[in-house]
Design a protein around this ligand. Structure first.
Ligand SMILES: [Zn+2]
Length: 111
């Protein structure tokens, strides 16, 4: 019974939605409709996972700032110095200075 294709498809869809909500910081309970008549007890009616969007906004702002710094560093021109390498590694977590590494970092920033 638990391996019916429809149930497996629903579980996969739920896992995808959970991942998307977790990534965006959105409250899953609100997405499905709060069961409690006084409102959502998970987000306290804010619609945000944990009840306060500020921490999620700070995380997203930090990702954007690091990505912008990495793009500007990558395209700054001139010879690459050891300080540049240290800054690159601190930003991206990679010692590889390539377009692929920059794109990989951008993909992580989007996640
Ligand atoms: Zn909620």
């Amino acid at each position: 019974m638990s391996d019916e294709p429809e149930l497996l498809a629903l579980r996969a869809r739920n896992a995808t939605l959970e991942g998307a909500c977790r990534s965006a910081g959105i409250c899953m309970s609100c997405l499905y409709g709060a069961a409690d008549p006084i409102g959502c007890t998970d987000c306290l009616g804010t619609g945000w996972d944990g009840g306060d969007p500020r921490s999620q906004i700070e995380v997203l702002e930090s990702r954007v700032a690091k990505l912008a710094a990495a793009v500007l560093l990558f395209h700054r021109g001139g010879p690459w110095t050891m300080d540049d390498m240290k800054a690159w590694e601190a930003l991206t977590g990679s010692r590889e200075v390539t377009t692929k590494a920059l794109c990989d970092f951008a993909r992580k920033a989007q996640a």
